[in-house]
Write a protein that binds this ligand. Structure first.
Ligand SMILES: Cc1cc2nc3c(=O)[nH]c(=O)nc-3n(C[C@H](O)[C@H](O)[C@H](O)COP(=O)(O)OP(=O)(O)OC[C@H]3O[C@@H](n4cnc5c(N)ncnc54)[C@H](O)[C@@H]3O)c2cc1C
Length: 486
C-alpha cells in the first residue's frame, strides 16, 4: 500500500525555515500535503484591506519558494477549515495533521474543535509553537499565575532557554491535490489604492530575513534613542513579517544575541530591541489570558467611559485633517504606506481617545483595516495601553500634547513636511502649530489656514481639561479577572 500522507496546515507561519510544524511533518518521511485555507467561516476580525494585500503577496512568495526548493505545491482552498481539514484527511487518507498554534481567541476555538474532531477519528494532530518565544503558559510568576505587568514578565522571559532554530526540511515527497489560483482569493484591491504599499514593502520570507540583517548591521546602533524619531529609518520594520510568520521571533532572538556577542558595544540597543519583541510576546500573552482584549477594556471601569461619538471627528482623524500636523502626518503615512512609526501611533491614538473623546475601539478598527502589520494582540494591547485601560498601561491622565511631541521628536518638521506637503514652505518654528504663525509668515509659505490646511479641530488645552473631567467621572479603576486562566 502507498505511504499515506500527512497534512501541513500553513496559517500565520508563511515560511519554510524554523517552521516547527513543517519541519516535524517532513521528519516523519511521509509524503506531505501542504495546504493554506482562506478561512471565510470565522466572521470576527477578518483581515483588513492592507493585510489582505500583504497576504496575497506572502502566499505568492511562499508558493514560489516551495516550488523552487522542493518542486512542491502549496494547495490553496477557502471556506470553513473545520470542514476542509477533515475532508482533505478523508480524501487523501492522511494519518496526521500538523500546524503551528495561533493565539487569537476565535482561532483557538476553531482549532480546538478541529483537533477534537480529528482525534475522535483517530487522526493524529501535532501542534507547535511557531509564533512566540515561549508559550503563554510557560512564563508564570512564583505563584504560577500569569504576570500582569510587563517588566517582571520580561525579566522572567529572559531566564528561559530559547529553543534552537530549526532548518528548512531537506527533501520530501509532495502530494498533489486540487488547488485554487491565488487570484481566486480576491485579496488584492479592485481600485488601485495600493501603490504606496508596493513602493514600501516586499512581503515574503526572503525579504524578512534581509530586513533583519540590514537592521542589525545598519540600524540597531542607537536604536534605544533613535527609535523615537519618525523621520529616521531607525526601527526594524519587521512587524508585518512577524505578523504573517515570515520570520519567527526565535530567529530574531538568536540572530540578535549572536550579533550582540560579536558587538559588545551594542548590548543596550540590542536588548532594547529584544524587549520590544517581548512587548509583542506580552500582548499575545494578554490576549491569551484575556480574550476579550480587542473589544472590552481590561480595566473594567473604562467600559463606562463617557465617549462623545462624533463621525466628523473620526473622519477628520482618519483622513489626516485634524489641523494638528504631527497627527495628520501619521494618519497620512498610514494611508499611503500601510505602516506608521510607533511614536506617532501613540500620538495619534492618544489624540483620538483623549482630545476627540472617541472610543479606542474605533481607532483600533481603523488601524485593523489600514495597517499591513495589523495584529489582533499588538493592536488591541497597544490601543488599550494608550487609552489607559490596559494591563500595565500608561495612566489615562498622561495626555500627549501633540505640539510638544512634534517639537520634541520632529524638531525640524521634516516628517510632517514629508506627509503634509501643504506645510512644506512653513518655518520649522511654526510647523507643529501653524495657527500661531503671523499672517505674513503664512502668506509667504503659501498657506491659507482653514482652506489649504485645516484649523485645529479642537483646542488642545480645553480638550485636555474635558478629557480629564470625563476620566474623573469613571468608577474606581478595577482590574478585570482573567477568564482564560490555564
Ligand atoms: C495604537 C497602536 C497600535 C498598534 N498596532 C499594532 C499592530 O496592529 N501590529 C503590530 O505589530 N504592532 C502594533 N503596534 C506596536 C508598534 O507600533 C509596532 O509593532 C511597531 O511600530 C512596528 O515597527 P517596527 O517593526 O519597526 O518595530 P521595532 O521597533 O523594530 O520593534 C520590533 C518588533 O517588536 C514588536 N513591537 C514593537 N513595539 C511593540 C509594541 N508597542 N507592542 C507590541 N509589539 C511591539 C513588533 O513586532 C516589532 O516588529 C501598535 C502601537 C500603537 C501605539
Amino acid at each position: 500500500m502507498k505511504n499515506p500522507p500527512v497534512i501541513v496546515w500553513f496559517r500565520q507561519d508563511l515560511r519554510i525555515h524554523d517552521n516547527p510544524a513543517f519541519f516535524y511533518a517532513a521528519k516523519t518521511k511521509a509524503p506531505l500535503l501542504l495546504v493554506y485555507i482562506l478561512d471565510t467561516k470565522t466572521k470576527q476580525w477578518q483581515p483588513g484591506a492592507a493585510s489582505r494585500w500583504w497576504l496575497h503577496h506572502s502566499l505568492d512568495a511562499l508558493s514560489k519558494e516551495l516550488s523552487q526548493k522542493y518542486q512542491a505545491k502549496l494547495i490553496l482552498t477557502m471556506g470553513n477549515p473545520a470542514q476542509i481539514i477533515p475532508s482533505l484527511v478523508k480524501e487523501h487518507q492522511a494519518t496526521a495533521v500538523y500546524w503551528n498554534r495561533c493565539y487569537e481567541p476565535q482561532a483557538i476555538l476553531r482549532d480546538q474543535e478541529i483537533k477534537q474532531d480529528l482525534m475522535n477519528k483517530k487522526i493524529e494532530v501535532h501542534s507547535f509553537n511557531g509564533a512566540l518565544l515561549k508559550e503563554p503558559w510557560e512564563v508564570l510568576n512564583k505563584s504560577k499565575q500569569p504576570f500582569k505587568v510587563f517588566t517582571p514578565f520580561w525579566k522572567a522571559l529572559q531566564q528561559h532557554i530559547m529553543r534552537e532554530i530549526l532548518p528548512a526540511p531537506a527533501q520530501f515527497i509532495s502530494v498533489k491535490a486540487q488547488s485554487l489560483n491565488l487570484e481566486a482569493y480576491h485579496l488584492l484591491p479592485t481600485l488601485p489604492w495600493d501603490n504606496g504599499l508596493k513602493e514600501n514593502w516586499v512581503p515574503g520570507e526572503v525579504a524578512a530575513k534581509n530586513h533583519l540583517k540590514q537592521f542589525l548591521t545598519k540600524h540597531v546602533k542607537d536604536y534605544k534613542v533613535l527609535r523615537d524619531y519618525p523621520k529616521l529609518r531607525a526601527t526594524s520594520r519587521l512587524s508585518p513579517h512577524l505578523h504573517f510568520g515570515e520570520i519567527s521571533p526565535i530567529q530574531i532572538w538568536h540572530a540578535a544575541m549572536a550579533f550582540k556577542d560579536k558587538n559588545a558595544s551594542l548590548q543596550t540597543d540590542i536588548m532594547h530591541f529584544l524587549s520590544e519583541i517581548a512587548w509583542r510576546e506580552f500582548s499575545n500573552y494578554l490576549l491569551y489570558y484575556f480574550p476579550e482584549l480587542p473589544d472590552k477594556a481590561y480595566q473594567t471601569a473604562f467600559n463606562h467611559f463617557p465617549w462623545e461619538i462624533n463621525k466628523k471627528y473620526l473622519s477628520a482623524w482618519q483622513k489626516g485633517l485634524t489641523g494638528y500636523p504631527i497627527v495628520d502626518a501619521g494618519m497620512r503615512e498610514l494611508w499611503h504606506t500601510g505602516w506608521m512609526h510607533n511614536r506617532v501611533r501613540m500620538i495619534v491614538a492618544s489624540f483620538l481617545i483623549k482630545h476627540l473623546l472617541q472610543p479606542w475601539q474605533s481607532g483600533e478598527a481603523w488601524f485593523w483595516d489600514t495597517l499591513v502589520d495589523a495584529d489582533l494582540a499588538n493592536n488591541a494591547a497597544s490601543w488599550q495601553w494608550v487609552a489607559g485601560s490596559g494591563a500595565d498601561a500608561a495612566p489615562y491622565f498622561r495626555i500627549f500634547n501633540p505640539i510638544i511631541q512634534g517639537e520634541k521628536f520632529d524638531k525640524d518638521g521634516e516628517y510632517v513636511k514629508q506627509w503634509v506637503p501643504e506645510l512644506k514652505q512653513l518655518e520649522a518654528k511654526f510647523v507643529h502649530k501653524p495657527w500661531e504663525a503671523p499672517d505674513n509668515v503664512l502668506k509667504q509659505a503659501g498657506i491659507r489656514l482653514g482652506q489649504d490646511y485645516p484649523l485645529p479641530i479642537v483646542n488642545h488645552e480645553s480638550a485636555r481639561k474635558k478629557a480629564l473631567a470625563a476620566y474623573k467621572k469613571l468608577p474606581k479603576i478595577t482590574t478585570k479577572k482573567r477568564p482564560n486562566q490555564g
